[in-house]
Design a protein around this ligand. Structure first.
Ligand code: PLP
Length: 408
């Protein structure tokens, strides 16, 4: 086998099945997608990705969220390269740590302080731990179906998880103040935290922004009980509002978890918090081998500054709206009932009467064949590198894709 043949998607998958359990773990296992999606990628630039077989896509997954300015952004890469030349994972942090914490405190209204780690799961777990340390209580309220990470207390799987890992979680329904109140009652005087997603973005379900009534009630219940209000902004952070997603509804959390987009693809997570939880944050022991690495922090500083300077969110909203309006027009012309929900820059596209995902999967496969990478059930992500031309090229593909779906 020559080297090139050895690197095709099929060849890589075949090799991987021997040395990687199941070929790939987690949500990035292409076996979870309709048959026909690539598993391996070779390159990415702007809003485009190339799979291992060299096929080019306009990308609406953006690395599952981390890419917010575009892949390989020149300013982020320059900042990262500059820091890499000085040092990355050293015996302690570089000045970038302080710079980035200052920038977050300046940018995020609820934040009096910030701490850093690597993955969103690190950040959501730290928020819960800080809330428990600060309140001396155990119960944490989580919305049914919400995703907060992939370790035993929060993973969607039950394999390897014990009941005890989740002993102190109580469920409520997102955007349902009455169910939240019932959960608060159930926690009694042992309530440590109310954990909320930035918006309802459950897999395969219609997405929904928090209602003002729900968000306000969550804040009031936390205040009333002395519990922490935690916003999991890992997925939505800096895509909806530079100050944190719940600024949209005028509610400030005590603690927030961030990751995905904050360093435009570099591995970084953050917890921001207010002064009420500052001392608790000093008491927990939290650390990781790579958590003070400086390159990702330099990338984050450059990412946040560029998003602010260039109005990155406005661009994503404008492009997301253009995409949504276009697909709505096409769907009605083709006589298809398509439900597009979530913020336009973080959409999910679902078809009516499609419990078996036949229509949604076919739509995505038709798009894929035309050089557009979308997902049939997961939150999608626009980035600030999507242009009018990219959206219009996508719409040309979606018009043909919907025509095919309409004939099914
Ligand atoms: C992705 C995600 C997480 C987990 O982040 P990882 O970096 O994958 O550990 C937590 N919460 C939400 C809402 C997410 O989207």
């Amino acid at each position: 086998m020559d080297q090139k043949a050895a690197n095709t998607d099929l060849a890589l998958r075949t090799r991987a099945t021997r040395v990687i359990p199941g070929g790939m773990w987690g949500h990035q296992n292409a076996a979870r997608l309709p048959k026909g999606y690539p598993q391996y990628f070779s390159r990415a630039e702007g809003c485009r990705t190339w799979d291992a077989d060299g096929r080019e896509y306009i990308d609406f997954i953006c690395g599952w969220g981390p890419t917010i300015l575009g892949y390989n952004d020149v300013d982020v890469e320059a900042a990262a390269a500059d820091q890499r030349a000085r040092g990355d994972a050293m015996n302690g942090p570089s000045e970038r740590l302080v710079e980035l914490a200052e920038l977050l405190v300046e940018t995020v209204p609820h934040a009096d302080w910030a701490m850093f780690s690597k993955n969103g799961t690190d950040a959501t777990t730290a928020c819960v731990t800080i809330a428990r340390a600060g309140t001396g209580r155990r119960k944490v309220l989580v919305a049914r179906g919400a995703y907060h990470g992939a370790i035993p207390w929060c993973t969607p799987s039950v394999a390897g998880v014990t009941e005890e890992d989740r002993a102190h979680l109580i469920q409520y329904d997102y955007n349902d103040a009455a169910s939240l109140e019932a959960a608060v009652d159930q926690a009694g005087n042992d309530l440590a935290a109310i954990l909320v997603s930035a918006f309802k973005h459950d897999l395969g379900k219609e997405h929904a922004l928090p209602t003002r009534a729900f968000a306000t009630r969550a804040r009031a219940l936390a205040d009333l009980t002395g519990a922490a209000l935690i916003v999991d902004d890992v997925r939505a952070g800096f895509r909806l509002h530079m100050g944190g997603s719940w600024e949209l509804v005028g509610v400030r959390p005590d603690l927030a978890a961030w990751s995905k987009a904050i360093a435009n693809g570099y591995a970084l997570a953050a917890v921001t918090g207010n002064d009420r939880f500052r001392e608790a944050a000093t008491k927990i022991f939290t650390t990781g081998s790579f958590w003070t690495a400086a390159v990702s922090m330099a990338a984050a500083v450059a990412t946040i500054e560029k998003l602010k300077k260039t109005g990155g969110i406005d661009t994503m909203v404008a492009m997301g709206q253009r995409l949504r309006d276009g697909i709505d027009r096409q769907a009605s012309r083709h006589g298809l009932a398509v439900r597009q929900s979530g913020p336009v820059q973080m959409p999910v596209i679902l078809f009516d009467d499609d419990a078996d995902r036949r229509l949604g999967n076919a739509f995505c496969l038709e798009l894929l064949a035309r050089g557009v990478y979308m997902h049939p059930t997961h939150t999608m992500f626009l980035c600030a590198a999507h242009t009018v031309a990219d959206i219009d090229q996508t719409l040309a593909a979606s018009d043909e894709a919907l025509a095919t779906v309409a004939r099914l």
